[in-house]
Design a protein around this ligand. Structure first.
Ligand code: FAD
Length: 331
């Protein structure tokens, strides 16, 4: 589609996020002739943490990084440009979006698709950021094979802790399971299985206050929430699985979000700001899967296509008015 673009506009569509949702959106918009720019803080997002995917239709078995490489290639072949940077601010000026990045660049477009996914929640303690990737990890499934025979700390509780406890207990030489309550989760049968599967030391009513190490994790410092006593545990790794959050602060003036920062959008991916769409795990929708994120990317792209076409004076795909659409994130 090559209509008369608004003055000063660099792209028809800017996609924020180069995960599977954003790159799928880019395939769709670029193939339709929209000038498309993807701005991603990294390539692949969560798929980098997935060693094997066996439920992506049409592909019997593939690693997350391999899947995303293929999708990236498809987006580039379709004509999308991709730059690696973090978007820090978006504002709407008339019909134009102005998108600014941490690298100091500014891009202008007629529509924006937010495909910013979600990221692991951090503890926010000293040493955590410095030792990330050097013993501090947010993915037990990804790192369990590397932790065989090592002393490991797991910080997790509730239903979220089932998977990390299950994969770490049989491989770690000693697994210190740290949680803030009396029990990590109220399931005696599961706990019995995990405790029987390895050398697990439960550390209740406790929180991590510091992670230490020179080039790699060497120690985790914990504090009792009851007595205030501080204890140092020598470990090779600290696995933190305390949930995920969507970092949507930079667009809160343009979209509604829920308590996890997830963006409220309707089935067509439309947010409350015309021209601003959302897709993938960043949307307030309960199921977080690669195929769903990809489908949402396609859907948001088709909505963006209609929106841009209308701005350029051509009717194309006419979606229902916003009032007729229910948000996937609301009952
Ligand atoms: C351990 C694990 C195993 C999984 N296993 C499976 C599985 O077997 N099958 C399956 O279907 N799904 C699986 N999933 C889920 C699947 O990976 C996700 O649903 C999917 O990757 C979400 O894609 P997304 O593009 O919406 O978000 P993400 O993958 O989170 O990508 C979002 C991207 O946006 C970027 N970003 C965020 N903010 C900004 C910004 N301000 N500026 C620029 N870029 C930004 C991020 O850096 C990231 O690259 C798994 C997930 C995990 C963590």
């Amino acid at each position: 589609m090559h209509g008369a673009p608004a003055a000063g506009v660099d792209y028809d569509v800017i996609v924020v996020g180069a995960g599977i949702a954003g790159l799928t959106a880019a395939i769709y918009t670029a193939r339709q002739g929209l000038r498309t720019l993807v701005i991603g803080a990294d390539l692949g997002g969560q798929l980098n943490m997935v060693s094997v995917i066996k439920n992506y239709p049409g592909i019997h078995e593939i690693s997350g990084p391999e899947l995303i490489k293929r999708v990236e290639q498809q987006a580039r072949t379709a004509g999308a440009e991709i730059v690696f940077d973090e978007v820090t601010h978006i504002e709407k000026a008339g019909e134009m979006f102005v998108v600014r990045t941490a690298g100091g660049d500014e891009y202008r477009s007629l529509a924006v698709i937010l495909a910013i996914g979600k990221a692991p929640r951090k503890l926010g303690v000293p040493g955590e950021a410095e030792l990330r990737g050097r013993g501090v990890s947010y993915c037990a499934v990804c790192d369990a094979p590397l932790l065989r025979g090592k002393d490991v700390a797991l910080v997790s509780w509730g239903d979220l802790s089932r998977e990390p406890a299950t994969v770490l207990a049989p491989v770690a030489r000693k697994l210190y399971w740290i949680f803030p309550s009396d029990e990590p989760l109220g399931d005696d049968k599961f706990l019995g299985q995990v405790l029987g599967a390895g050398r697990v030391v439960l550390i209740p009513n406790s929180e991590v206050v510091e992670i230490r190490g020179r080039s790699r994790v060497e120690l985790v410092v914990i504090k009792s929430r009851k007595s205030g006593e501080v204890m140092e545990l020598p470990v090779s790794a600290v696995i933190i699985e305390v949930g995920y959050i969507t970092k949507s602060d930079f667009v809160r003036h343009l979209v509604d979000v829920n308590e996890r920062g997830e963006i409220i959008a309707d089935w067509e991916g439309r947010t409350k700001t015309p021209g601003l769409f959302a897709a993938g795990d960043a949307v307030a929708y309960p199921y977080k899967q690669a195929v769903i994120a990809a489908a949402m990317g396609a859907s948001a792209a088709l909505s963006a296509l209609s929106y841009v076409a209308r701005l350029k004076g051509r009717a194309l795909l006419s979606p229902r008015p916003l009032s007729e659409s229910r948000s996937p994130g609301t009952p």
